[in-house]
Design a protein around this ligand. Sequence first.
Ligand code: VAH
Length: 311
Amino acid sequence: KILIIGACGQIGTELTLTLREKFGNENVVASDIREGNEQLMQTGPFEILDATNYKAIEDIVMHYEIDEVYLMAAMLSATAEKFPMRGWELNMNSLFNVLNLAKDKKISKLFWPSSIAVFGPTTPKLNTPQTTVMEPTTVYGISKQTGERWCEYYHEKYGVDVRSIRYPGLISYKTAPGGGTTDYAVEIFHEALNKQSYTSFLSEDTALPMMFMDDAIEATIRLMDADKESLSIKSSYNLGGISFTPKEIAESIKKHIPNFKIDYAPDFRQAIADSWPSSIDDSQAQKDWGWKHQFDLGKMTKAMLEGLRNL
Ligand code: VAH
């Protein structure tokens, strides 16, 4: 049985629905600090759960006889800059809770998301390698870098089977973004349809690694299904996908909405974006577990606009 912690978040919602389709609704327990959307609440078991409460997680794991946990709860980059200590506590204590459940053999396998936010201004920006300089300058990035170190430590010291992906910015029409720096790439589609215009909080030439949510969910499941012996990375896998600027995504939208207008008003999130890579080398993921993304910018733009129109 699977438990998703943070099942109502941007990734958690779609991950829960996809896992329920794959393994059966009753075998995937969703949990979050608050209730989720109708589809999530109606398709299978749900529990209100504070990810920083070890005992509460342990009770759910025992009650439902859980053997795999996906910890998707976290405070993202922009929000964590406003509440550094709360961001640190949520991101780290939740991870220790599930790592210790695995160490005590109460669960057998764990997924934990990292992010391209682990990279910083001194990291090579283009085609960022799997192993490189990492001096993150955000609370979120520091928590994800530290989390990766702990995942590798628990794997080496206690044999914990924890798997992780450094997600790029994720784009979905089914779930709202959760307070990140890449949220502009979701908001732009909503406003293109509603107002045919969008004011971007990142400057026009800010290239960031991005990915359509279907690709990210597929990658997560592929990694979790992979044969443990084939996984050479015990911290977290780079995942690349596509790389584009606000100007490029606006051009892609204009092919469908010719009168769409974009303008730019960079805010505090510009400094966060400037500290991150522009594109990612995910050749290790390609080699170890056959990763290949399907959606390029054009295909993602079409899927987003059609998806939103048919919601
Ligand atoms: C954020 N969407 O912006 C997240 C993600 C790479 C970006 O970690 O914080």
